[in-house]
Design a protein around this ligand. Structure first.
Ligand code: TXA
Ligand code: MG
Length: 346
């Protein structure tokens, strides 16, 4: 039986935090909120505890975990060398940024999946911060979903995947950002973005001008450097098709009607201005089309809602691949297993 305990971010009940931290220190798993998505946490210095994460998520053993810290001091023991130039990025911490360094000897094999680097994130969520600080150990945490499913952005979505598998979920409401952290590899000469997130390529370039995108993010036929990026991911039960461009909305409308004639249950993911024309369909809104932060906030929960509506096909409107749109499309492409179509002007 999984216990779900509600916490108020602005008035955190330390008794609940202590209980959760004790579980972590005993080598158990606790799911907790972060500003990006919910994490499935274990003591990051306890190899056996980290192995439980792989089992609970059905996660492939070659996919390394992120260690979450509660202050910059924690970082020193975990990594081998920090370059002077890397320190400019610390001003983005705490926040939705994961940095990859050469690992120290302290790090268990299950965290790095056998590699010589370790991913570190200093989350800004206050509940996450209290949990890590109270457990007094870095917390290893991937997103708290079964591998391959959309990441959970609220406690109910974690519960759906993890009920009876883990002892505790800390419920801090909806994750604000909604897509996972930007993963930036600092372990080689040139900093490389392995996974785009709230911090975009364009934004990071202002701080570290030589940053580049992993080749796989530019050319889909290249194998990603980050192990987690090569798997099927963020997938709803139904097949999903994404359409982008000036003509996308009308194209989706016509296609939706032809599926409907064939008695398909059609799910539509579109913007607020499409709500009216799709009133006869299972429609979920991404919000205003000029507000990509709302889109990233609702994307994963919308995919899970489509599952609950039990639709046969999902037709979704995508966005231009720059700034936050690049991070969002990175997820949507995977949800749709690459079925992304450009209609008219990009
Ligand atoms: O926002 C987030 O990052 C969330 C919250 C819970 O912090 N966590 C998260 O973890 O998304 P996960 O495990 O679902 O995704 C971590 C990604 C995977 O693609 C993994 O392969 C990659 O980071 N990664 C972890 N360690 C790595 C390493 N040493 N080298 C390269 N990639 C690494
Ligand atoms: Mg994940």
């Amino acid at each position: 039986k999984t216990e779900v305990l509600e916490l108020d971010r602005n008035n955190i009940d330390e008794k609940i935090i202590k209980k959760a931290a004790s579980l972590i220190n005993e080598g158990e798993l606790v799911a907790f909120p972060t500003e990006t998505v919910y994490g499935l946490g274990a003591d990051g210095l306890n190899d056996k505890a980290c192995q439980k994460i792989f089992k609970a998520k059905h996660r492939p053993a070659d996919n390394p975990l992120i260690l979450h810290i509660s202050d910059l001091e924690m970082l020193e023991k975990l990594v081998d060398d920090i370059k002077e130039t890397d320190k400019a990025l610390f001003k983005l911490w705490p926040g939705p940024l994961t940095l990859i360094f050469k690992k120290s000897k302290l790090i268990p094999d299950s965290v790095t999946a056998g590699g010589d680097t370790v991913a570190i994130r200093y989350p800004s969520d206050k509940i996450a911060n209290r949990l890590i600080a109270t457990a007094n150990t870095p917390i290893a945490a991937p997103s708290a979903n079964i591998s391959g499913r959309p990441s959970p952005t609220n406690a109910a979505d974690v519960f759906f995947d993890m009920d009876s598998t883990i002892p505790m979920i800390l419920d801090g409401g909806e994750s604000n950002i909604g897509i996972e952290s930007t993963v930036l590899d600092l372990s080689e000469d040139v900093p490389v973005i392995l996974r785009p997130g709230f911090y975009t390529f364009e934004f990071l370039k202002e701080i570290i001008p030589d940053v580049r995108l992993d080749d796989s993010l530019v050319d889909a036929s290249v194998r990603p450097k980050s192990p987690g990026q090569k798997y099927k991911h963020y997938a709803p039960k139904a097949k999903m098709k994404v359409f982008v461009g000036q003509g996308a909305k009308d194209y989706i409308y016509n296609l939706a009607n032809s599926y409907k004639e064939k008695s398909y249950r059609v799910g539509i993911l579109g913007f607020e201005d499409s709500k009216e024309i799709f009133k006869d369909f299972n429609f979920i809104s991404f919000g205003d089309r000029n507000d990509l932060s709302t889109m990233s906030h609702v994307l994963f929960s919308a995919l899970r809602q489509m599952d609950r509506m039990d639709v046969d096909i999902i037709l979704a409107e995508g966005v231009k691949e720059n700034h936050l749109g690049k991070s969002i499309m990175n997820r949507m492409k995977k949800s749709a297993a690459g079925d992304v179509n450009y209609i008219g002007d990009k």
